[in-house]
Design a protein around this ligand. Structure first.
Ligand code: NAD
Ligand code: DAU
Length: 333
């Protein structure tokens, strides 16, 4: 099969493309706008593969999409603005990419008659104090990020019902692993711990996330693409949950940093307390998350230790300005 993978230069997309090229005969075309989070370097080891091609372009550009889609049998859409804090500071790009971009992709899929898989998030359900969200839980998103992702999911569902387009939706829980941009909790804490920088924990640090190793999310998406029932949504959750403070303390131990680096900072507005996904539906397709958090976090810290070539240019570039805007200069040293 030839796949169009939108957003394939990002964290999860690049892991998905790497896994797919290694485990199938697929040809893969990546369409990516290369925002600050899109890194061509994350695909560096795949560039020489004759089954891989890269197209620089935006999903909201119909010409770029039609060109990249030629001859493909399916679209897997990872392309998104993905950081909740940035969506609070500047929601504009979130609305454009998630609403307009998803619409342009759906129209192209409809015209060319190809299957469409939307990569979505547990954040569309909002926060849950106890128990887990199923695929039929109501959508109650809290941030401009999750609200626009929920809007995109509804648009996808409408194309299945109205136009009989074959669509699938995968809602993943919090991913971590190699190639994640260091604005997100785990890579930010790892790199700050390596450098002896302070570790900014929002609020009381008791917010809980359902951690999913990125290779497991990639294999879950492949399972849904190959075995999912068109029109259905599948939750893909991790095997372990943990509060943020426990995660940060484990990173401190693994990187040999000092606990005194932890600093409690002003909470994120609208901060969801807990996420939890019930994943029985995707498990019935034969998928399970093979990586427990303890094993995955060790692999992740080791990967960042061994791959400074990947993160050093990020930390010395525009990321510094973002960091100071988000956390203030007091935390920068
Ligand atoms: P990321 O920020 O690392 O990568 C996003 C990619 O999309 C980048 O390569 C970026 O350049 C590209 N992109 C952004 N806007 C684009 C546009 N308009 N046109 C083309 N390309 C564009 O994100 P990620 O963490 O890899 O997330 C990928 C997908 O998975 C997103 O849809 C996200 O909502 C979803 N998701 C993420 C997580 C997580 O924990 N990171 C969990 C569940 C679901
Ligand atoms: O749940 C899936 C979602 O997970 C994805 O859809 C999003 O794209 C992805 O960014 C992620 O969202 P979160 O908001 O949960 O991830 P983040 O890494 O930003 O934060 C994780 C938790 O850590 C959250 O409770 C906020 C907290 N946090 C985060 C940062 C960046 C801190 O305490 N300090 C920080 O500096």
């Amino acid at each position: 099969m030839k796949l169009l993978v939108c957003g394939g230069a990002g964290f999860i997309g690049s892991n998905f493309v790497r896994q797919r090229l290694a485990s199938s005969d697929d040809e893969i075309v990546v369409l990516d706008k290369l925002t600050y989070a899109g890194r061509r370097e994350s695909l560096r080891d795949l560039e020489a593969d004759a089954r891989f091609a890269f197209v620089h372009g935006a999903i909201e550009d119909p010409e770029a999409v039609d060109h990249a889609l030629a001859g493909a049998g399916a679209i897997v859409n990872f392309a998104a603005e993905t950081h909740v804090d940035r969506s609070i500071a500047e929601p504009d790009a979130f609305v454009r990419t998630h609403a307009l971009g998803t619409y342009v992709l759906l129209e192209a899929a409809r015209k060319q008659g190809v299957r469409y898989l939307q990569v979505s998030t547990d954040e569309v359900y909002g926060s849950i104090e106890a128990g887990s969200f199923t695929e039929s839980s109501p959508l109650e998103p809290s941030s401009p990020y999750s609200a626009t992702k929920a809007g995109a999911d509804l648009l996808v569902a409408s194309y299945q019902r109205t136009f009989a387009l074959e669509t699938l939706i995968c809602r993943g829980s919090n991913n971590y692993g190699p190639y994640q941009y260091p604005e997100k909790l785990i890579p930010l804490m790892i790199l700050n711990a390596f450098h002896g920088d302070r570790l900014p924990v929002y609020g009381d640090g008791a917010n809980v996330r359902n951690w999913l190793f990125v290779e497991d999310f990639a294999s879950g998406i492949s399972h849904v693409l190959e075995h999912g029932v068109p029109g259905e949504t599948y939750n893909v959750g991790g095997p372990d949950e943990s509060d943020n403070l426990t995660v940060v303390r484990r990173i401190i131990e693994l990187s040999g940093a000092d606990e005194s680096l932890i600093e409690f900072v002003t909470d994120r507005p609208g901060h969801d307390r807990r996420y939890s996904l019930a994943s029985e539906k995707v498990a019935a397709l034969g998928w399970r998350a093979g990586t427990r958090f303890e094993q995955g976090i060790e692999r992740t810290v080791a990967w960042y230790r061994e791959n400074e070539w990947w993160w050093a240019p990020i930390r010395s570039g525009a990321y510094r300005e973002y960091y100071e805007r988000q956390y203030g200069t007091a935390l920068a040293e």
